[in-house]
Design a protein around this ligand. Structure first.
Ligand code: UCC
Ligand code: FAD
Length: 585
C-alpha cells in the first residue's frame, strides 16, 4: 500500500519539472526587423533575388548548418605535436563538421559576394546579412571568415598585385576545392593593443627578394588557415631593426606548402580558451617562415588597418547575431515555460526584461546595417567624402559599443532560462562564452575608444562635423512624425550637449579627451543609433513597435560624456583620483 502511495509522489516531480526545449524556425523568415530593413532599402529587383536566396539559406541553416555548428562545439580541434614514432609533426586536427563549414562558406559565397559586387553597392550589405544569419550556427567559422574577408580587402586595396592574384582568387572563391581562409597574426607576447611596441618578429631579406620571418606569435586564431597576414621588422645588413610603429611592415605567408608541411613554423600549443573553443587559436614560433613583403616598408600598421576595419565589422555582425539568437531562444522559451500558474510570456516583468534586450538588439542591428551600407558605397566609388569619414568613425564606435551590448544581452538572456540557461548541453553557455570575446579581440573597448579619437585627429575635426550634420539631417527627416517628438527632442538635446562638451574639451589638456574617450564613444553610439531607430520608425508602413523601440532607446542617457564631464570625471587630477581609488592613497 505504501509503495502504491509513493509511486505517484516519486514520479510527479519529474513530470511537472519537465521543461520543453525552445525551438526556433528559419532565422531569416523569423527576423521581422531584418526583413523590414531590406524591404525599405534594397531596390525591388535586388530585394526579390536576395529574398529568395535568404529564405533558402535560412532553411539550410536550420536543417543542416546548425547541427554541424553543434558538432564543432563537441569536437574541438586537437593538437598533435609528435607522431607515433617521435617525429615532430605539429598537426592541428579539426573535425569534419568544421571542414564542412569551410566548404559551405565557399558554396554560399560568404566572402565572394562582397568582391563580385553583383548588386553593386548593396553587395556588402547582402554579404553582411548572410554572415549575420550564419554567425551563431557557424560553429565558430565566422572567425576565419572575418580574417579571410580582411585579407581579401588588404590585397584588393593593394591593387591585387600579380604575386597575390592567386591568393585573392582563392580567398574570394565559391569553389570549395579552391577556397582559402586567412589568419591575422598581430599579437605577440609583449602586447596585442600596443602592436608598435609589442612586435619583436624580425624579417630577413633573402637573395630572391622574399623574406624569412623569425619571431613568436602569441595569439593566432584559426591556425588551420591556409595563409596569414602578419607584421615584422625588416632587419638591415647589420641585423638592426627599426623600432616603433614606423618600423613595422606587412607580410603575406603560406602556412603550409602543397604537401601540407608547415612553412618553417612550429606550433607551441593551442590556447585553452573560455570560449570560441571550436576554433584553434595557437602560439606559433616562426623559424624562418618564407614570406612576401606586401606593404611599403614601415607602413605595416596603416596597411593592416584595412584588415582591422573589416574584421571589426565582422565583430559587429557577430555581436548582433548573438543578441538576436539569444532573444529568439528566450522568447520561445517564454512561450513554453510555466511558473506561478502561467506562461513566462504572461508575466509582465519577464516580458519587460526581454523587451529591453530587444531594444538593444534592434539598435545594434540598424547600426550594423548603416556601417555595411556605407562600406558598400565606399567600395563602389559611390561614397561621398562625408560617407567615407562617417564610415571611418562608425566602425570603431559600432565595434566597441555592440561588443558591450552583446555581453550584457547574453548574460541577461542566460538568466531568462533560469537554471537551464546555465546548463552546458542547452547550448546557451556556448553562445555566452563566444560572445564574451567580442569586446576583447580586434581591439578592446578602450583601444577602440582611442581609435575613435584617432579618427577625429586625423580628419582635423571634419569627422565630427559630418557626424553632427548627419544626425541633424536625420532628425529633420523624422520631425514630421508626431509620435517621435519626444525622441527627436532628446537626441537634439544630446547633440547640443555633445557639441558643447567638444568645444570645452578643445581648450583642455589632451588628457581630458583620453579620459573621456570611452564615454565619448558611447555617446556617439547612442545618439547615432537613436537617429537610426527613429528613421526606421518614420518610414512608410512602420509599426507601432518600431516607434516604441525608438522612444525607449532615446529615453536612456544619450550623452554620458556630458553627464560625466559635469561630475568632474575628466578634470585634471581625476586620473590621480582613479589611481588612488584602485590602489589606495
Ligand atoms: O584579435 C585578432 C583576431 C581575432 C580573431 C578574429 C575575430 C574576428 C571577428 C569574428 C566575428 C565574430 S587580431 C588582432 C587585432 N588587434 C588589434 O585590433 C590591435 C589593437 N590595437 C590598435 O588598434 C592600435 O590602435 C594600433 C595597433 C592600430 C596602434 O598602432 P600605432 O602604430 O601605435 O598607431 P598609429 O601610429 O596611430 O597609426 C599608424 C597608422 C596611421 O596612419 P598614418 O601613418 O597614415 O598616419 C593611422 O592613421 O595606421 C593608421 N591607422 C588606421 N587607419 C591606425 N588604426 C587605423 C584604423 N582603424 N583605420 C585606419
Ligand atoms: P593588453 O594590451 O595588455 O590590454 C590589457 C588591458 O589594458 C585591456 O583592458 C585594454 O583595454 C587596456 N589598455 C591597454 N592599453 C590601454 C590604453 N592605452 N588606454 C587604456 N586602456 C588600455 N590576436 C591576433 O593577432 N591574432 C589572432 O588571431 C588573435 N586571436 C585571438 C583569439 C582570442 C580568443 C583572444 C582572446 C585573443 C586573440 N588575439 C589575437 C589577441 C587579441 O587581439 C588581444 O588579446 C587584444 O588585442 C588585447 O591585447 P592584449 O591581450 O595584449 O591586452
Amino acid at each position: 500500500v505504501l509503495e502504491d502511495l509513493e509511486m505517484p509522489l516519486v514520479r510527479r516531480p519529474t513530470e511537472t519539472l519537465f521543461q520543453e526545449q525552445p525551438k526556433t524556425g528559419n532565422p531569416y523568415l523569423e527576423d521581422t526587423l531584418l526583413r523590414s530593413y531590406l524591404k525599405t532599402h534594397l531596390p525591388p529587383k535586388v530585394l526579390e533575388e536576395v529574398h529568395q536566396d535568404l529564405e533558402r539559406f535560412g532553411n539550410r541553416l536550420l536543417t543542416k548548418i546548425q547541427p554541424l555548428g553543434w558538432e564543432c562545439e563537441l569536437n574541438p580541434p586537437v593538437f598533435r605535436q609528435f607522431d607515433a614514432w617521435g617525429q615532430r609533426v605539429d598537426r592541428i586536427d579539426t573535425c569534419s563538421a568544421w571542414r564542412r563549414m569551410k566548404e559551405i562558406s565557399a558554396e554560399e559565397g560568404l566572402i565572394a559576394e562582397a568582391y563580385e559586387r553583383k548588386y553593386s553597392n548593396w553587395s556588402r550589405l547582402y554579404q553582411a546579412v548572410k554572415l549575420y544569419l550564419f554567425s551563431t550556427s557557424s560553429g565558430g567559422f565566422n572567425c576565419p571568415l572575418a580574417m579571410t574577408d580582411g585579407a581579401a580587402k588588404v590585397i584588393e586595396s593593394l591593387g591585387i598585385p600579380g604575386s597575390l592574384k592567386s591568393a585573392f582568387d582563392r580567398l574570394t572563391s565559391r569553389d570549395p576545392k579552391k577556397f582559402w581562409t586567412s589568419g591575422q597574426w598581430m599579437t605577440e607576447r609583449r602586447g596585442g593593443s600596443d602592436v608598435a611596441n609589442g612586435t619583436e618578429t624580425v624579417a630577413r631579406r633573402q637573395p630572391d627578394g622574399t623574406f624569412r620571418l623569425y619571431g613568436f606569435k602569441w595569439f593566432t586564431s584559426a591556425a588551420d588557415s591556409d595563409m596569414a597576414l602578419t607584421l615584422a621588422r625588416i632587419a638591415d645588413a647589420e641585423g638592426q631593426c627599426p623600432q616603433g610603429s614606423r618600423g613595422l611592415s606587412l607580410f603575406f605567408l603560406r602556412v603550409r606548402d602543397e604537401e601540407g608541411k608547415l612553412n618553417n613554423i612550429q606550433v607551441q600549443r593551442l590556447k585553452d580558451k573560455l570560449g570560441t573553443r571550436q576554433m584553434a587559436t595557437a602560439e606559433l614560433w616562426l623559424q624562418g617562415a618564407r614570406a612576401e613583403l606586401i606593404s611599403a616598408e614601415g607602413r605595416g600598421v596603416a596597411s593592416i588597418s584595412n584588415m582591422l576595419n573589416i574584421t571589426r565589422i565582422h565583430n559587429v555582425i557577430g555581436a548582433v547575431a548573438s543578441m538576436r539568437r539569444m532573444i529568439s531562444l528566450s522568447r520561445e522559451y517564454a512561450r513554453r515555460r510555466v511558473t506561478f500558474g502561467k506562461l513566462l510570456k504572461d508575466h509582465p516583468l519577464h516580458m519587460q526584461t526581454i523587451a529591453r534586450m530587444e531594444v538593444q538588439a534592434r539598435g545594434a542591428f540598424l547600426l550594423l546595417m548603416e556601417v555595411a551600407r556605407l562600406l558598400g558605397l565606399a567600395e563602389t566609388n559611390l561614397a561621398s567624402e562625408q560617407d567615407q569619414l562617417l564610415l571611418r568613425l562608425l566602425v570603431p564606435v559600432a565595434k566597441l559599443y555592440t561588443g558591450k551590448q552583446a555581453t550584457a544581452v547574453a548574460v541577461e538572456a542566460m538568466e531568462s532560462f533560469g537554471g537551464q540557461g546555465y546548463m552546458e548541453d542547452t547550448g546557451v553557455p556556448v553562445i555566452l562564452r563566444d560572445t564574451l570575446v567580442l569586446s576583447i579581440w580586434e581591439g578592446t573597448t578602450n583601444i577602440l575608444s582611442l581609435d575613435v579619437l584617432r579618427s577625429l585627429a586625423k580628419s582635423q575635426g571634419r569627422v565630427m562635423a559630418v557626424f553632427l550634420s548627419t544626425v541633424q539631417e536625420k532628425l529633420e527627416l523624422v520631425s514630421g512624425t508626431a509620435e517621435l517628438a519626444p525622441a527627436v527632442q532628446r537626441v537634439r538635446g544630446a547633440l547640443g550637449s555633445l557639441a558643447q562638451f567638444l568645444e570645452k574639451a578643445g581648450a583642455e589638456p589632451a588628457e581630458t579627451m583620453e579620459l573621456a574617450a570611452r564615454d565619448f564613444s558611447y555617446s556617439l553610439a547612442r545618439i547615432y543609433t537613436g537617429a537610426l531607430l527613429m528613421e526606421h520608425a518614420a518610414r512608410p508602413g512602420a509599426s507601432s513597435t518600431d516607434t516604441c523601440a525608438a522612444l525607449r532607446w532615446c529615453n536612456q542617457e544619450l550623452c554620458p560624456v556630458a553627464a560625466e564631464s559635469g561630475s568632474g570625471s575628466y578634470r585634471a587630477g581625476a586620473a590621480l583620483q582613479d589611481s588612488a581609488l584602485v590602489y589606495g592613497d
